[in-house]
Each structure stands twice: as structure tokens, then as C-alpha cells.
Design a protein around this ligand. Structure first.
Ligand SMILES: Cc1ncc(COP(=O)(O)O)c(C=O)c1O
Length: 383
């Protein structure tokens, strides 16, 4: 039996989601742009999904643009704003702990003449709102920050920043990468002052390769993908009907469970167990409200995370070393470096991430395998 504790990398498809996806694939296979009945019914499924997702954010359906996931949504938002306002200003504010799908587009913009300021987190991994707001200038066209950090679980004060930005004239566009928070935290773009918001289906038990970008009406970012003019011209390409349907089904399911009621006690159990292991510490904010309980980053002194992840995997326990996104690149995670960890220390970090699928048996399996791994390593080390 597998103990899956890597829910920030991706989540298991819900049975009702996989059913809805298969049904759409098999039965509603028409092109949504076609005018015959099969096209019309595919179009109806997409628009139904759009309404469902929009209502989760209390926004208008036309403000939801379907994309291939969080990465595309972030690229579309950042390059869109840069193109739209390049003449107004070339200053961008972000945090130093963003996902690569934000940092990489920004570094491309920096190479094209934009000035990008990365606000460093405090040592615990939190990012105070005033640190972000203090960087805003007359020529700031974009502030982009994530809501929940995927590696260490910091919760960033997007509501305070969004509201604070209202005091600036001209007001910069505010983009939020909500991939790790959508479906878990209350997010109200209008109330919070968010203009653009990225989300992804596969982090909420939906299918991979599908997501959306909320685009506040009135913000006329230029199209990202050119072609047939789908998605109000913003994102051409035949719509991923089954993916969109699956994402909406996953959003519908969110109300079925008490996410925090399940996840918080499990987090506590894992934390308490891990703290009994010598040399084990928590990386990331520790103050209630500043960390997301579903993401727990642990450093086990003297044990390489990668070794640990492989050992735990052999025991049927699935976790990540640092961020799964960095396994392609090698080198220490920029997020852990931003928290002040030296490369050797960053290599000793693993991430446990929880979902409603988890129970005590997963937490206990993790803890006993972790203990075993640490014991084994130390014997080898001493020998
Ligand atoms: C914070 C954050 N942003 C963006 C992404 C990218 O989303 P996707 O996998 O849908 O491209 C991820 C996924 O790992 C993430 O954790």
C-alpha cells in the first residue's frame, strides 16, 4: 500500500472527476466551435464549467480564461501585463520565493530591459506586506506574488497587498499565483484587489494540463496564443473540453469535505513525531496564519533529502525533496536559498504535503520510515 504525501506536486484524480473526464472525451467529442449539435453540447459543457469556477471566486464567468495549467496562466499574466504597459513603466515587484513559472518569465523580462525587484522573505520564509508595498513606485506596472508557497508553505498576505495597492496612482496590476491555495483558502479577487489570478486543476484532484487565469474585466492584456481566437481571443486553440469539465467537477467536489479539519491534525501529528527525531527541524513560518498546514518542509540534519526520498519511496511513502520542480535542474532550490539555507543544508530538506485523501496511517508510516532511514544513515555514517 502506498502512502501518498506529495499532494503539492499533484493530487489523485477523484473518481467523479475521472468519470466526468471520460464521459466528455467519449460522448461530447465535438469541437466547441462547431455549430452542429455535438459542437453545441461541447460548448455548453465549457460554459457551464466557466460559471462553476467563476462562482467559486465570486467573479463573472467571462473573466475566467481556460489555459493548460498554472505555468501557462503565470506566463500569460506576466507577459500580458509587460506588453500592455511597457510604455507606462518597466518596474516589476515580486517575491524571491516564487515558482519558476513566475521567476523565469520575469528573468526573460529583465533581460529585455525591465527592472525586477525580488522581495526577500524573512528568515522564517514569511513575506510581510509592507516589504512588498514599500517597493512600489510610479513606474511599477506589475506586482506578482504567490498566495501559498509550494516548497515551504508560507502564506503570503495577498489580501493586504491587493488592498494596499489601491492607494497607488497609477495602480500597478496585481497578479496572484494561487496554484497552491485555490480551493483551500477563501480568495475573492474583487474584494482583495486582485486583477489576475492563476490556478491549476491537478492540485485539487482534477486532471493535469488544465487550469485557468482570472482576468479582471477591463484589463485588456494582449492575447498570449494566437490563432482561431478562442477564449475571447486571449488564448487560441481548440479548448481542452474534458480537462475543463474535469476541473469544474473537482471544484464542485471541494465543498464535500472539511479540508482543514482533516489536514490540520495530521500536520500536528507529523510535526510532533518529526520533532522527536534528533536533528530534525521545520523550515518555513511557524506562526499560525503564516503557514499553510498542508505543506510541511523538514530538514533532517546529515541526511540528504534525495537519499531520504528514495528510501521512503522504497518503503511505500511518497514525499518530495525540496520542490519537485527542481529535480530537472539540479542545484539547490532558490526558495530555500532565499530563506538563508546554505546549499548543503538545502539538500537536507524534504517536503510532506497533505490532502483529504490522507489519514493517520499515512502520517505514522511516514514517521516510522523516517526514523528507520535516519537510524540506517547514522549507522552507515558511523561505520
Ligand atoms: C506555486 C505554483 N505555481 C505554479 C505551478 C505550475 O502549475 P502547473 O503544474 O499546472 O503548470 C505550480 C505547480 O507545481 C505551483 O506549485
Amino acid at each position: 500500500v502506498l502512502h501518498y504525501l506529495d499532494n503539492s506536486a499533484t493530487t489523485r484524480l477523484l473518481p467523479e472527476v475521472s468519470e466526468a473526464v471520460c464521459r466528455a472525451l467519449k460522448e461530447t467529442f465535438g469541437n466547441p466551435s462547431s455549430l452542429h449539435p455535438l459542437g453545441v453540447s461541447a460548448r455548453a459543457l465549457i460554459e457551464e464549467a466557466r460559471v462553476k469556477i467563476a462562482s467559486a471566486l465570486s467573479v463573472n464567468a467571462q473573466e475566467v480564461v481556460f489555459t493548460s495549467g498554472g505555468t501557462e496562466s503565470n506566463n500569460m499574466a506576466i507577459f500580458g501585463v509587460a506588453r500592455l504597459y511597457a510604455k507606462r513603466g518597466r518596474h516589476i515587484v515580486t517575491s524571491a520565493i516564487e515558482h519558476p513559472s513566475v521567476l523565469e518569465p520575469l528573468s526573460r523580462l529583465a533581460s529585455e530591459g525591465f527592472e525586477v525587484e525580488h522581495v526577500l522573505p524573512l528568515r522564517d520564509g514569511s513575506v510581510p506586506a509592507n516589504e512588498v508595498l514599500n517597493r512600489v513606485r510610479k513606474d511599477t506596472v506589475l506586482v506578482t506574488m504567490m498566495h501559498v508557497n509550494n516548497e515551504v508553505g508560507s502564506v503570503l498576505p495577498v489580501d493586504v497587498v491587493g488592498r494596499g495597492l489601491r492607494d497607488f496612482s497609477p495602480r500597478p496590476v496585481f497578479h496572484v499565483d494561487a496554484v497552491q491555495s485555490f480551493g483551500k483558502y477563501r480568495i475573492q479577487p474583487e474584494e482583495f484587489g486582485i486583477d489576475l489570478l492563476s490556478a491549476s486543476a491537478h492540485k485539487i484532484h482534477g486532471p493535469k494540463g488544465t487550469g485557468f487565469l482570472y482576468v479582471r474585466s477591463g484589463l485588456e492584456i494582449p492575447p498570449y496564443m494566437l490563432g482561431g481566437g478562442q477564449e475571447r481571443g486571449l488564448r487560441s486553440g481548440t479548448e481542452n473540453v474534458h480537462g475543463i469539465v474535469g476541473m469544474a467537477q473537482a471544484v464542485s467536489a471541494l465543498g464535500k469535505w472539511d479540508f482543514w479539519g482533516r489536514v490540520k491534525p495530521l500536520r500536528r501529528r507529523i510535526e510532533e513525531g518529526a520533532m522527536r527525531i534528533p536533528g530534525c527541524s521545520i523550515i518555513g513560518p511557524k506562526q499560525e496564519g503564516l503557514y499553510a498546514p498542508h505543506i510541511l518542509s523538514l530538514r533532517i540534519e546529515g541526511v540528504r533529502g534525495e537519499v531520504l526520498v528514495r528510501f521512503l519511496g522504497a518503503e511505500g511513502v511518497c514525499v518530495s525533496s525540496g520542490s519537485a520542480c527542481h529535480t530537472h535542474r539540479g542545484g539547490p532550490s532558490p526558495v530555500l536559498s532565499a530563506l538563508g539555507l546554505k546549499p548543503k543544508e538545502a539538500e537536507e530538506v524534504i517536503r510532506v504535503s497533505l490532502s483529504v485523501d490522507n489519514d493517520e496511517s499515512d502520517a505514522d508510516a511516514f514517521l516510522s520510515s523516517l526514523e528507520k532511514a535516519v537510524g540506517r544513515f547514522r549507522r552507515v555514517f558511523r561505520g
